[in-house]
Design a protein around this ligand. Structure first.
Ligand code: C2E
Ligand code: MG
Ligand code: MG
Ligand code: MG
Length: 282
């Protein structure tokens, strides 16, 4: 690949490309090595990011986001280690520990605050996914009606029949199902309709600079309309600025998640947020 480019493009480009590509492979290999040796109950932590109802300014949920700090490699972002964990099957063990940790933290919240938890593509395609979820929920004594499972469009498309079955079963447990990163995949409306969804989450890529980008505005407007037609709640992800927020309010968005409200924080930080929430009510 590098050689092919070398003949057509500038030489220095080739060097940049092949070096960074090689580094990526090295990094994946070191991540894999570290994952195989990791003590996840020690090294994995769950952070939480609030999801806010902008009509009331109150928190309605927190999304659980994995954080991994390895003693040798340091902090590694989930975008980097989740794909490696999926490829190696290590994700099964990770998902269990993350869900256990997330439920432990969420058990301290008021009952109307929901927990939103990311399932990976590998989780969704496992035949025993429902059993595994049931087991963890039972052990934790957490109310499944307070729990949403986030799945991505890409994971769904990997095996639509399995996704249909799994989402149905998970809904039967009482949990909600949120379609994450909505708009970035290649699913058709009829395929989405076949899934037992309760919410969709509009991807951050459509929200960034929405006030200056007519194309993004059109997309978000039509995704909002679509969610209304399908009678699904809609969360708009990645809101960073007051300009973006103003547009979202104008077009009738209701639930928002993003740095404008808060970055993901450790479990201890959620209590202060919930305290503030209580103040808003009073
Ligand atoms: P996601 O599920 O779409 O999560 C949202 C990501 O966007 C998070 O990144 C969050 O920190 C980031 N984000 C939220 N608001 C903003 C904003 O206003 N600006 C910007 N720039 N970013 C924002 P994070 O925590 O790095 O996670 C990245 C992805 O890794 C997640 O995307 C999800 O696909 C995956 N992931 C994270 N935790 C888990 C987990 O526990 N299990 C699984 N299977 N995947 C996870
Ligand atoms: Mg998510
Ligand atoms: Mg997302
Ligand atoms: Mg995303």
């Amino acid at each position: 690949y590098a050689l092919y480019h070398g003949k057509r493009n500038h030489r220095s480009m080739v060097t940049v490309f092949s070096t960074s590509h090689r580094n990526m492979i090295h990094l994946d290999a070191s991540i894999e090595q570290a994952l195989r040796k990791a003590d996840f109950s020690e090294e994995l932590e769950v952070y939480f990011q609030p999801i806010v109802d902008i009509t009331t300014e109150k928190i309605v949920a927190f999304e659980a986001l994995a954080r991994w700090v390895n003693p040798v490699l340091g902090p590694i972002s989930p975008a980097q280690f989740i794909p490696v964990a999926e490829r190696t099957g290590i994700i099964n063990q990770q998902t269990r520990i993350l869900l256990e940790k997330a439920l432990t933290a969420a058990a301290k919240w008021p009952a109307h605050i929901r927990l939103s938890f990311n399932l990976s593509a590998h989780d969704l395609s496992s035949p025993d996914i429902v059993q595994r979820i049931v087991q963890i929920i039972d052990q934790s004594k957490f109310n499944p009606r307070q729990l949403d499972m986030e799945i991505t469009e890409t994971a769904v498309m990997h095996d639509i029949e399995q996704a249909k079955w799994a989402t149905e079963q998970i809904r039967k447990l009482g949990c909600g199902i949120t379609l994450d990163d909505f708009g970035t995949g290649h699913s058709s409306l009829s395929q989405l309709h076949a899934l037992s969804l309760s919410k969709i989450k509009i991807d951050r890529s459509f929200v960034t600079n929405i006030e200056k980008n007519p194309a993004s505005l059109k997309i978000v407007k039509s995704l909002l309309a679509l969610s209304r037609d399908m009678e699904l709640d809609c969360i708009i992800e990645g809101v960073e600025t007051t300009e973006e927020m103003a547009v979202i309010k104008e077009i009738g968005g209701s639930m928002v998640q993003g740095y404008l409200y808060s970055k993901p924080m450790p479990a201890s930080g959620t209590e202060q947020w919930l305290h503030k929430n209580a103040m808003v009510t009073a």
